[in-house]
Design a protein around this ligand. Structure first.
Ligand code: F0G
Length: 482
């Protein structure tokens, strides 16, 4: 990573790429945005992309591709069976992770479906640092349950802990004893940990936690979807990794796992997924699930062109100049907002900047979805689309009562290589305005609540006319066109 310093001694993240293809953006006036939010049932997943100025919903499938990726897409080997593109991708993954058996799947949750279908039986437990929504949904769908073993401090929004995604090893030992190794389908480590703020896991903790599991005969699984951000933090925050190359750190992490899966909508800057299986017998025992759910074993539901692009993307993910961009922009955004007094998840992680909604709108009870309300308010006042990561993203308990999330976050995802620094400045400016008007934000309630993954398709309404009043205040300060 070139250490480019500014003459005026300012710490400014610098783009290490230049823009060659652009997409025009437009900003609807505030009254239009209010109308669109109402039409979307106060659910940012239901907004149309054309009505959004800054789409910070996710980093999934929306990372910018490089010139090398685009040119690779022009040379695919299209075939139902035996595509050379697949073998190229498999070889690249073997080179990086040291595992040669690869099951392709159309995206990360498809990998999770295959893993859960193969390993989870009713009553089984899956131990993990922290869950991801789709991973958990597949496990519980099959009658399993998850045990989250992240350290208590990992769940504190304000912290200086460099690796908040680390597993608490005492909790792990206790859990294995209570559940018994036989009942544990597998251990899943997510690097980095999405729902607690893109927080990384240390190599040291990975080694210790997987050793405990393996000594008890428990299968170890790495969710590497957010690995590239994690690698940046290993390199910059973990002493042992300081002098290692990104490839060496990757291999040191990978060596601890029987299975590695990922969403290539994140890892690899494209759209797809794959499961890498170390043991040949185990690999063959999972093989039949790919043609059943995904497609033939050499494309797994993916476009061959995307597979070409991701193969190049895997190599790019091993470059510090590439993987440092996201975390540096996120840190800039978090630092700006912290300076203003906005409650943010600290230290800044990967994936995006995370606002602590529980604190930002502390007058809204969890029963009225504080993070869900804040994310809607942010669209109304800035055309910015974030994502609720709190109680709304949870599923109800079997008895119908709410399962309150341990954190109520609004995630402002930073898709890789997409936004410029002035766009990040715009976002922090609108968040600051909203923070100064936070008392105006009210709660939400469901008008249509699906049973599974309700945050995707549910519809809500405000508990009062707060969105109209908020839009009026914004109009007063910025004019009706802004
Ligand atoms: N694992 C992690 C850690 C993820 O962040 C995601 C997706 C998945 C698995 C599932 O992958 O979307 O390709 O099916 N996260 C996206 C997000 C959806 O917005 O955070 P997928």
């Amino acid at each position: 990573m070139p250490n480019i310093k500014f003459y005026k001694n300012k710490e400014v993240p610098l783009e290490l790429h230049r823009v060659e293809i652009v997409k025009q953006l437009s900003l609807l006036p505030v009254d239009e945005r209010l109308k669109k939010m109402k039409e979307a049932g106060f659910n940012t997943f239901q907004l149309h992309n054309g009505d959004i100025f800054m789409d910070m919903l996710t980093d999934s499938g929306v990372n910018a591709m490089s010139n090398h990726q685009l040119s690779a897409m022009m040379q695919p080997d299209d075939a139902y069976a035996g595509s050379e593109t697949f073998y190229k991708m498999q070889d690249k993954l073997a080179e990086i992770f040291g595992i040669s058996h690869c099951l392709p799947a159309h995206q990360g949750r498809a990998c999770e479906n295959i893993l859960a279908t193969r390993f989870v039986k009713p009553g089984n437990c899956v131990v993990m640092n922290y869950h991801f929504t789709t991973a958990k949904a597949h496990i519980t769908r099959l009658g399993g349950h998850v045990e989250e073993l992240v350290k208590d401090e990992g769940l504190e929004t304000k912290s200086t802990l460099p690796f908040k995604g680390d597993i608490d090893l005492d909790k792990l030992k206790k859990c294995i004893e209570e559940e018994t190794p036989k009942n544990i389908a597998f251990m899943r480590i997510e690097s980095g940990t999405n729902l607690i703020g893109g927080q990384p896991v240390s190599l040291d903790n990975i080694r210790k936690a997987t050793k405990i599991a393996r000594d008890k005969g428990i299968l170890t699984v790495l969710d590497a979807s957010l690995l590239q951000d994690n690698l940046f933090f290993n390199k910059t925050r973990e002493k042992e990794c300081k002098d290692m190359t990104i490839r060496e750190i990757t291999r040191a992490i990978a060596d601890n796992f029987d299975i590695i899966y990922f969403s290539a909508r994140k890892f690899g800057f494209a759209r797809g997924g794959a499961i890498l299986v170390r043991d040949e017998k185990l690999f063959h025992s999972m093989e039949d699930l790919v043609p059943m759910f995904e497609g033939f074993l050499t494309y797994g539901g993916m476009s061959i062109r995307e597979m070409e692009a991701m193969t190049v993307g895997f190599d790019e993910s091993m470059e510090m100049d590439v993987i440092s961009q996201g975390p540096q922009f996120i840190k800039y955004c978090v630092d700006e907002l912290v300076d203003y007094g906005v409650p943010m998840v600290t230290p800044a992680g990967g994936l995006g900047a995370h606002i602590n909604a529980m604190e930002f709108v502390k007058h809204i009870p969890q029963t009225e979805y504080p993070a869900g309300a804040l994310v809607c308010a942010l669209y109304i006042c800035g055309g910015i689309r974030g994502m609720e990561r709190g109680t709304l993203s949870e599923e109800r308990e079997p008895d119908g009562s709410e399962r309150f999330a341990s954190m109520e976050l609004v995630r402002l995802a930073m898709p890789r290589r997409v936004f410029t620094l002035s766009q990040v400045e715009y976002v922090t400016d609108r968040v600051k305005w909203l923070f100064d008007h936070r008392e105006m934000i009210g709660g939400l309630k469901f008008t249509h609540e699906p049973k599974t993954l309700r945050f995707f398709t549910g519809k809500l309404m405000p508990t009062s006319d707060w969105p109209d009043k908020l839009a009026a205040a914004f109009r007063k300060d910025f004019g009706k066109d802004c």
